[in-house]
Ligand binder design. Structure first.
Ligand code: CLF
Ligand code: SF4
Length: 474
């Protein structure tokens, strides 16, 4: 039988209860409830797969080098293999047969999914014929989007991401040196003006058809950081469902214009400060992992190497059994999680404190503290305050424990990455790293291992700031 993770068996059963937020329309909830990018809650349970079928692009972004993944949706790093639509179909089936969490097929480059339209369309058609319940999702720079909105709607593509970095062409000219539109190259402000108009037109057309649109914006300090407040207003007015502000990733080694000219990306604090200022506008996505254009798995994990095309038979056929079994488990588990979460939020609010706690969690998914400190490569960060318990981001780290031993230098870098964190929660931690974290002012504990994340956070918050006694400490 499939399980999500080892369960502490702590929450009361509420099989079938829905995680739908009260204020959300049921039709919208149906579209996002299994999409790891459109629902923060879903990203604990469901996975995406990107197939790199669309290498051609019609614009140049100063943060992109075509030899690398599309920075709209990827961290820089070469795409391992570009695929034909037939190869992509085989890869999707191979992943669907082995990764039960798979719910979404995304085309996010390595160029532009709408410009390289024939391959995007052929891939979606082939996959949708065989895996009828998979969600189809694309990412685009928006220049060619308006030409394909009708076909996207016909193919039931419910999720489209447009990367919009500006609504002012003068700022756009600092980000885009040229675009290719109507059979010719445009440069400077002329290029940015056309791109801006086409992006807004595409967004409006998607909204009119009820297709959920996410806006990705790359935050580029001193270029468009302040301006993204204006971008947020524009996209909200035009019906965007989510706004995802991502940090510029800039390194001379990537060979990008920004990398080579020393343009820096924002710090984690600068990004969070801007995201906090944007609260109240278009709803924010804060759990993006800037994945590769050929990523596979839960957000933050990449199992791509297990599914290279040379390992997949030409004759592969789809077997729905693992995905179906997993969905039944998730339906039960998710109901329990919702109940546990709402009790936890009530506990935090009842503490009546104005203080906040930042907690980093080692997790493999399922909303539980179920990863060892030494095995994690990413901590999920939560903030507990009078507003409740919010997921606010993640911190990537090097894996501490390799070959059964922890390395001191790695621990130093993990402690640096956890700067500002009050508490670390994990399924298991040894005395040595725990003591060193304590010396750096970070309390690490495994007593809440395998329980729900929010339940543990609420107990700690109440113990720290409320009147209840400390339930358990390390
Ligand atoms: Fe892929 Fe993008 Fe669809 Fe998600 S990713 S095409 S919306 S299925 Fe998600 Fe990855 Fe962030 Fe993109 S975490 S980079 S937002
Ligand atoms: Fe690169 Fe994507 Fe920009 Fe095209 S849209 S230049 S592939 S980042």
């Amino acid at each position: 039988m499939l399980t999500i993770a080892k369960s502490a068996g702590c929450a009361s059963s509420s099989c079938g209860s829905s995680a739908k937020p009260d204020e959300m329309d049921s039709a919208v909830w149906e579209k996002i409830k299994d999409h790891p990018c459109y629902s923060e809650e879903a990203h604990h349970y469901f996975a995406r797969l990107h197939v790199a079928v669309a290498p051609a692009c019609n614009i140049q972004c100063n943060y992109c080098n075509r030899k690398y993944d599309c920075a709209n949706e990827s961290r820089p790093g070469v795409v391992s293999e570009k695929l034909t639509p037939d190869q992509a179909r085989r890869r999707v089936i191979a992943v669907a047969n082995e990764v039960p969490q798979l719910s979404v097929l995304g085309i996010a480059g390595p160029g532009d999914a709408c410009y390289d339209w024939k391959k995007t369309k052929a891939t979606f058609e082939r996959v949708a014929r065989e895996i009828r319940d998979i969600k189809l999702c694309i990412s685009t720079n928006g220049l060619a989007l308006a030409d394909h909105v009708a076909e996207l709607a016909d193919m039931n593509v419910d999720h489209v991401t447009i990367t919009i970095n500006m609504v002012d062409p003068e700022i756009g000219a600092k980000i885009y040196p040229w675009i290719f539109y109507n059979h010719r190259r445009h440069t400077g402000i002329d290029a940015a003006r056309i791109l801006h108009k086409r992006q807004m037109l595409g967004l409006e057309m998607l909204t009119a058809r009820g297709i959920l649109t996410k806006i990705n914006s790359v935050m580029i300090p001193s270029v468009n950081d302040e301006h993204l407040i204006e971008v947020n207003k524009w996209v909200k007015e035009r019906g965007a469902f989510l706004h995802n502000v991502m940090p510029l990733i800039s390194d001379p080694a990537h060979g990008t214009h920004f990398g080579l000219t020393g343009q820096r990306g924002p710090t984690a604090l600068e990004l969070k400060t801007l995201q906090d200022r944007l609260e109240g506008g278009a709803k924010l996505m804060r759990h993006c992992r800037q994945c590769r254009a050929d990523a596979v798995g839960l957000l933050g994990e990449d199992r791509g190497k297990e599914f290279t095309i040379d390992q997949i038979s030409d004759e592969i056929t789809y077997d729905a059994s693992k995905r179906e079994a997993y969905r039944e488990v998730v339906a039960r588990e998710r109901g329990d999680h919702v109940v546990a979460k709402s009790e936890a939020v009530a506990t935090v609010k009842a503490a009546g404190s104005s203080k906040s706690l930042l907690i980093a969690v080692a997790t493999k998914g399922g909303g539980r503290i179920n990863e060892h400190f030494g095995h994690t490569t990413e901590f999920q960060v939560y903030e507990a305050s009078q507003r409740g318990i919010s997921f606010i981001g993640h911190r990537k780290v090097e894996q501490y424990c390799l070959g059964g031993r922890g390395a001191d230098a790695t621990l130093d870098s993990i402690i640096a990455a956890l700067k500002g964190i009050d508490i670390v929660l994990c399924a298991k931690i040894g005395d040595c790293p725990k003591d060193q974290l304590a010396e750096a002012g970070i309390r690490a504990m495994d007593v809440y291992g395998y329980g729900y994340i929010e339940t543990a956070i609420s107990a700690l918050y109440a113990a720290e700031f409320g009147s209840e006694p400390l339930a358990a400490t390390a």
